[in-house]
Design a protein around this ligand. Structure first.
Ligand SMILES: [Zn+2]
Length: 199
């Protein structure tokens, strides 16, 4: 995406606590099975975060739940194994399981869906710990930056402003015009945190 960086006027920082994760890979035999499976996951959306990783014959999802809701992960696993012939589950997300999803997609002509990557270390990250959106005068988001939990944890800062500056400074994309600009906190409650970019 090509962005005129001088048109960026606001930084919006959304932090999402890391929870327990699982990945579910299911082979479906027809469109009806795919719909039933999709409903199973979308029905859970109020309680868990869901990111679909692939579609087609191999349908896969990454799920993140709050620690107190960990029983959902086992419930999901039991339901899937009871209803589908080929199910792989893993109680975490990492590059290895993502590679398995990609390989099985290739083998079954399924479609691997794009997922975010950490803009500092480059790892695939279905649930970024911090999302920084840079928007223009019209409130349109022009640039989205995703950061994983470990990169966010290594951003040394004592204030929210230093935190976002530290992330943007380590970002692989050099966003011109941010370092020299002032960030002015906007009243917006605690989530997300908003700063006006003042040049
Ligand atoms: Zn990272």
């Amino acid at each position: 995406m090509s962005v005129n960086e001088n048109s960026l006027t606001e930084v919006i920082v959304d932090q999402r606590p890391e929870g327990l994760r699982a990945v579910y890979l299911v082979e479906v035999s027809d469109a009806q099975e795919a719909r039933t499976l999709s409903k199973l996951f979308t029905d859970l959306e109020a309680r868990v975060q869901i990111r679909q990783l692939s579609t087609g014959k191999l349908v896969s999802y990454a799920v993140q739940v709050h620690d107190s809701e960990s029983s959902i992960l086992g419930e999901m696993e039991r339901q899937l194994k009871g209803n589908y012939g080929f199910v792989i589950t893993q109680r975490s997300f990492d590059e290895i399981i993502y590679r398995i999803v990609a390989d099985l997609c290739a083998d079954t002509s399924s479609k691997l869906l794009p997922i975010p990557r950490c803009c500092i270390c480059g790892r695939t990250e279905p649930f970024p710990s911090v999302i920084v959106n840079l928007s223009d005068e019209q409130g349109q988001v022009r640039l989205r930056r995703d950061y994983c939990a470990s990169c966010a944890a290594s951003a040394t800062a004592t204030t929210n402003k230093e935190f976002v500056r530290s992330l943007l400074a380590s970002d692989g994309k050099h966003i011109r015009g941010i370092e020299g600009a002032q960030l002015v906190r906007r009243r917006s409650g605690n989530r997300p945190i908003r700063f006006k970019i003042s040049r």
